[in-house]
Ligand binder design. Structure first.
Ligand code: NAI
Length: 319
């Protein structure tokens, strides 16, 4: 089988001065793409800036015979990053929204600036880059976007309310972009990576970090970003340490109640186990058929009442 190549394509990687971004940038350049290596060059907490982070990666790519150009803007100014791609290479085909910072702190001690900065970099930054790339993608009827979420966003993690909220925002952002982009062959997916980087080196032991090379996140990103991917869009993936899995929403079978005066908390409690029963689930990709459900509900008889529940699992009905 021939290798996946990106000849003639232009790939923008944000936060490509280190960690995962650097691995993406070097890979795409090694497979024939012209790469915009964006990095603000600040600390992992989002302080300061430095042109060296991006320059080092550009030099490494060029030394290996690849094509790359540096951009030092913050992703908050995503239009300038995309402009760099257009000025240097005349087009953009792939956007990897990867730049990120951490401001971990317990919720009790969270300050507005910790919250705001995380949202500026992750959410506004991804928006600004995608927004600036969008007209080019639409016009050429081709575009691939990879956004970056996190297990902290999908599942929550102590000390990361700001980061978790911003990272789950990447999921909603991705799913809507995938829907709006479908008509124009713009595919958008989101990954929750795990990799050794300066972000994780302080919280994991060296022997574990050795098993989490950023390079092991690259193959999935390459597959999703490649022209041969014509259908995988709006999807969420976990990737790292050799493992790749897709995640999806699961909706319980659910409870339908008659909407009249018998629709009381007691009626909900009486059938609580139906609400939390995942034995016959749906895997929704959109909202429920609300009007259809309303119609069904009106056909039901009055709801049974009950008022006590054991939330550890089964409902205990007191009659
Ligand atoms: P990293 O700190 O090595 O790389 C992030 C890069 O983004 C840095 O080079 C930094 O200078 C750059 N950056 C930060 N703010 C920027 C801004 N405003 N504009 C432009 N560049 C900026 O971290 P890592 O681990 O490579 O993270 C990459 C992405 O993956 C981030 O979005 C992170 O949240 C996410 N992630 C990483 C995980 C991991 O296990 N390493 C786990 C889950 C998510």
């Amino acid at each position: 089988m021939s290798e996946l190549r990106f000849d003639g394509q232009v790939v923008v990687v944000t936060g490509a001065g280190g960690g995962l971004g650097k691995a993406y940038a070097k890979f795409f350049a090694s497979r024939g793409a012209s790469v915009v290596v964006n990095d603000l060059g600040g600390s992992f907490k989002g302080e300061g800036k430095d042109t060296r982070a991006a320059d080092v990666v550009v030099n490494e790519i060029k030394a290996a015979g690849g094509k790359a150009v540096a951009n030092y803007d913050s992703v908050e100014n995503g239009d300038r990053i995309i402009e760099t791609a257009i000025k240097a290479f005349g087009r953009i085909d792939v956007l990897i929204n990867n730049a990120g910072i951490l401001r971990d702190i317990s919720f009790k001690n969270m300050k507005d600036e910790d919250w705001d900065l995380i949202f500026k970099v992750h959410v506004k930054g991804s928006y600004k880059c995608a927004r600036a790339a969008w007209p080019y993608f639409r016009k050429q009827k081709y575009g691939r976007i990879i956004n970056t979420s996190s297990a902290a966003g999908l599942f929550g993690n102590f000390g990361q309310t700001n980061y978790s909220a911003a990272k789950l925002a990447m999921v909603g952002f991705t799913e809507t972009l995938a829907k709006e982009g479908a008509k124009y062959n713009i595919l958008c997916n989101v990954i929750a990576p795990v990799a050794a980087s300066r972000m994780t080196e302080t919280i994991m032991p060296p022997d574990v970090l050795a098993l989490m090379k950023p390079e092991w996140v690259v193959p999935l990103v390459a597959v999703l970003a490649h022209p041969s991917n014509t259908s995988e869009s709006g999807s969420i993936f976990e990737v790292g340490g050799g493992h790749i899995a897709k995640l999806r929403w699961e909706r319980s079978q659910g409870l339908l109640l008659k909407c009249d005066e018998t629709f009381t908390p007691g009626a909900v409690l009486k059938k609580w186990d139906r609400i939390v029963d995942f034995s016959n689930p749906q895997y929704p990709t959109g909202p429920n058929d609300f009007l259809g459900l309303l119609e069904e509900s009106q056909k039901l008889g009055p709801n049974e009442q009950g008022e006590k529940i054991d939330f550890t699992g089964r409902v205990v009905i007191v009659t």
